[in-house]
Write a protein that binds this ligand. Structure first.
Ligand code: NAI
Length: 339
């Protein structure tokens, strides 16, 4: 039985920053279905009141409010959870650096807002490049003295979703809905390491090297399929909204409803569980990493140790680590060098 919180503050309010965008709108629609949310606050620099008015007619529990350009403070005030899909998506011909420059500033400004108006909130980052935007959020919160590593997450769930789906296309024994694949590393290209060897029934072991390489590449670069097919009209939005809602619901189930045993792969600051990750941090020098995380009332309750990796996966991880370090440093330096 879910314990609802019906007092006047916003301690089970969820804010979506970038709510009128390609991801923001379907994500808001999916979260409007949740019984765990009393207040869904939609913030965007354009069109948020319209999206909010539309969603507010749906007969589910939450009240929906829309907050335009000057409404960030009002939207964030006292929030329980802040989900950030604000930014620009990748377009054909756009370099990662172009994307970084724009989105880094947007995410920094939103993190400043979180630090000022809801410093205890769970912060769930979708805006890319996640490998760098999560360190940006953490650095801003550190500067304000309100950083809690257990409460900041990079949503890498789309890699997990794609892994399950793409694997199921190669084997009828795999139910894409119930087969959860651990994805470690980070959330772009070579930093995405799907641990396919853990799929029960010897799935990965039954594939040829070519098949395994092709499947891994498809998961790592799945976003490119969508960018190409949309032909200039944006990147993954609907599948991302599904992944974002799945992750946000898991966080809410654990933190609002107190459900235990929930696990998702997510990109976090390893200080969230310094004990379990001490040896890994010492060996790799990484401060951030995507791994299976167990959720609790406080957010991260445990970062699981690495699963046993096949030789193929170990090679992928070895390639991921240097790239991840560059991405993390870039995010961290964006704040520390400009302050
Ligand atoms: P979009 O352009 O359709 O929507 C972004 C929204 O953010 C727009 O409505 C825009 O007005 C809003 N926005 C811009 N600056 C803002 C600010 N300072 N405050 C509040 N809102 C602001 O883009 P889309 O497709 O929804 O993608 C959003 C982000 O998600 C991009 O960074 C994209 O790269 C990323 N993404 C992440 C994925 C993941 O797996 N984590 C997958 C796909 C995209």
């Amino acid at each position: 039985m879910v314990a609802y919180d019906d007092d006047d503050d916003d301690d089970d309010g969820v804010v979506i920053c970038g709510a009128a965008g390609g991801i923001g709108q379907p994500l808001s629609l999916l979260l409007k279905q949740s019984d765990l949310i009393t207040h869904l606050a939609l913030y965007d620099v354009v069109n948020a009141p319209g999206v909010a008015a539309d969603l507010s007619h749906i007969n589910t529990r939450s009240t929906v409010t829309g907050h335009g350009k000057d409404g960030m403070e009002e939207a964030l005030q006292g929030a329980h959870t802040v989900v950030i899909p604000a930014g620009v998506p990748r377009k054909p011909g756009m370099t990662r650096d172009d994307l970084f420059k724009i989105n880094a500033g947007i995410v920094r400004d939103l993190a400043e807002g979180v630090a000022r108006h809801c410093p205890g909130a769970f912060v769930l980052v979708i805006s890319n490049p996640v490998n760098s935007t999560v360190p940006i959020v953490c650095e801003v919160l550190k500067q304000h003295g309100v950083f809690n590593p257990k409460k900041v997450f990079g949503i890498s769930t789309l890699d997990v979703v794609r892994s399950s789906r793409f694997a199921s296309e190669l084997s009828s024994a795999i139910d894409p809905k119930t087969t959860r694949v651990t994805v470690i590393g980070g959330h772009s290209g070579v930093t995405i390491v799907p641990v396919l060897s853990q799929i029960p029934g010897g799935f990965a072991q039954s594939l040829s090297k070519e098949q395994l390489d092709a499947l891994t590449h498809r998961i790592q670069y799945g976003g490119d399929e969508v960018v190409k097919a949309k032909d200039g009209a944006g990147s993954a939005t609907l599948s991302m909204a599904h992944a974002g809602a799945r992750f946000t619901n898991a966080v809410l189930e654990a933190t609002v409803a107190g459900k235990t045993g929930l696990v998702e792969s997510t990109y976090v600051n390893l200080a969230a569980d310094s004990e379990s990750t001490a040896a890994f941090r010492a060996k790799t020098g990484l401060e951030y990493f995507a791994q299976d995380v167990e959720f609790g009332r406080e957010g991260v309750s445990k970062i699981r140790s690495l699963p046993a990796l096949s030789e193929h996966e170990q090679t992928l991880l070895d390639a991921a680590i240097p790239e991840l370090k560059v991405n993390i440093t870039k995010g961290t330096a964006f704040i520390t060098d400009n302050s």
